[in-house]
Design a protein around this ligand. Structure first.
Ligand code: ATP
Length: 456
């Protein structure tokens, strides 16, 4: 399984999906840059989420709030006091771990709600071994705040402290009233946002699974108190359906409901959608019933009213909120892991990404059989025609077999080959990435053929 992950990482580098950040300086650990193809894939993932969560619905609107916010936001949200992880060090080899992860991995036990001294006790009492050196000698676990702190303006004093947001959600809560008033929203309704978040993770790793800078797609869905459980169930199911639509296999997905002890203090119910990564099950999407915690806290800390006038009951209420929150990068990693395949074809192995056409960075490749004037002229004409509709690629280098292999590896659903017969019969060959079947199609009908098959 380790090997599969390495193969995906090296394909990402080789083909221009994902590069290590600042690689010419030796790299910045656990920081990654999306290359030309990764950028397309990322946009496609975000657009698909936006389409499903915002555009196809009439009860959700979008927002794009600033990363920097008033520091009081993070006091109200509970992040200054409570956005902590417990870390623990091995006394022998000095390796550092997140205490909850150490317990989860060794005992297969979820301890999300537990206090730091309880975590220390579990680790000591169960003689959990250091995964690096095998020692059972641990320090006490201690808390570590995950927020990135910086300073705004020219002075570095406590009055100029700002944080890089650790989630996009708070930007939504502080704009609740703005959106309500400007867009005449009626409960139930949601506000969606996609953007960067930052967490000073103790143990980042597993490629783009856990990084210190990442992107989230979050929805805060406001409902009447009493309707919350129903909507929680709705969004819980939605997560699974969404990933199925992305083409991820059901057997690699599972919903894990948090036990009462695991729930954070503000949450009535939480479920994680998890994916079976090569390194084990990992969270993709958290769905939480956050009750009226956030709006109430912001009312307390800001002194402003964040209520909703309920015309049926003729009174002001504080809505409850259901929060489905999913990581862009984790979604991409799950999609890549699920799409990656090695197939035996005529005694050779072909590597292929079975990406859904809507996610594929390149929808179609245009390949003149040879670098010969009449072939290239026709191929370029087809390429320029298609480029108005899709992101297509023109490739005239190397053998046709090599070019097919490259397109398979980057998940291009279709490849069009222009050969000498094309000049006579006005037809081209269209090869399907998954079946490798080739259809002979009239040049005039190529656009319709792709439209039907891509079904974007
Ligand atoms: P974990 O338990 O894995 O640290 P979390 O429960 O703290 O995650 P949430 O606060 O629920 O995560 O964040 C919502 C989503 O944001 C996660 O499901 C995940 O997809 C994404 N996410 C959170 N932290 C990271 C990170 N460090 N790197 C990449 N994605 C992340």
């Amino acid at each position: 399984t380790e090997k599969n992950m390495n193969k995906i990482v090296s394909l990402c580098k080789k083909r221009g999906f994902i590069f290590q950040s600042s690689a010419i300086y030796g790299g910045l650990a656990n920081t990654w840059d999306y290359g030309p193809l990764g950028t397309e894939l990322k946009r496609n993932v975000k657009n698909f989420w936006w389409k499903k969560v915002v555009h196809e619905r009439d009860d959700v609107v979008g927002l794009d709030s600033a990363i920097l916010m008033h520091p009081k936001v993070w006091e109200a949200s509970g992040h200054v006091a409570g956005f902590n992880d417990a870390l623990i060090d091995c006394k022998q080899c000095k390796s550092r771990f997140r205490a909850d992860h150490l317990i989860e991995d060794a005992l297969d036990m979820h301890v999300e709600g537990k206090k730091v001294d309880e975590l220390t006790k579990i680790i000591h009492e169960n003689n959990i071994k250091c995964p690096v050196c095998g020692s059972v000698a641990w320090t006490e676990a201690r808390v570590f705040n995950l927020m990135f702190k910086t300073y705004q303006g020219v002075t570095e004093d406590s009055s100029s402290v700002v944080y890089l947001r650790p989630e996009t959600a708070q930007g939504i809560f502080v704009n609740f009233k703005n959106v309500l008033d400007s867009c005449r929203m009626k409960l139930p309704f949601g506000i969606a946002q996609i953007g960067k978040s930052f967490r000073n993770e103790i143990t980042p790793g597993n490629f783009i699974f856990r990084t210190r800078e990442f992107e989230q797609m979050e929805l805060e869905f406001f409902v009447k108190p009493g309707d919350d459980q129903e909507w929680f169930e709705y969004w819980r199911k939605f997560t699974m359906e969404f990933f199925t639509l992305l083409g991820v296999r059901k057997e690699n997905l599972r919903l894990r409901d948090h036990s009462p002890e695991e729930l954070s203090h503000y949450s009535k119910a939480t479920t994680d959608l998890e994916y079976k990564f090569p390194f084990g099950w990992g969270e993709l999407w958290g769905v939480a019933n956050r009750t009226d915690y956030d709006l109430t806290r912001h009312m307390e800390y800001s002194g402003k009213s964040l209520t909703y006038f309920d015309p049926v009951e003729n009174k002001q209420i504080v809505p409850y909120v259901i929060e489905p929150s999913v990581g862009v990068d984790r979604t991409i990693l799950a999609v890549l892991c699920d799409a990656y395949d090695e197939e035996e074809v005529e005694g050779e192995t072909r590597v292929v990404l079975h990406l859904k056409p809507s996610l594929a960075p390149i929808k179609c490749a245009v390949l003149p059989l040879l670098r010969k004037e009449p072939l290239e002229e026709l191929a370029l004409k087809i390429y320029h025609d298609l480029k108005k509709h899709y992101n297509v690629e023109y490739d005239n280098t190397g053998s046709i077999g090599k070019r097919y292999r490259r397109q398979d590896e980057i998940g291009t659903p279709f490849a069009i080959t222009i050969d000498f017969d094309s000049l006579e019969d006005n037809k081209v060959t269209i090869r399907d990435r998954d079946t490798m079947q080739q259809d002979r199609v009239e040049i005039e009908k190529v656009k319709d053929y792709l439209k039907e098959k891509l079904n974007l």
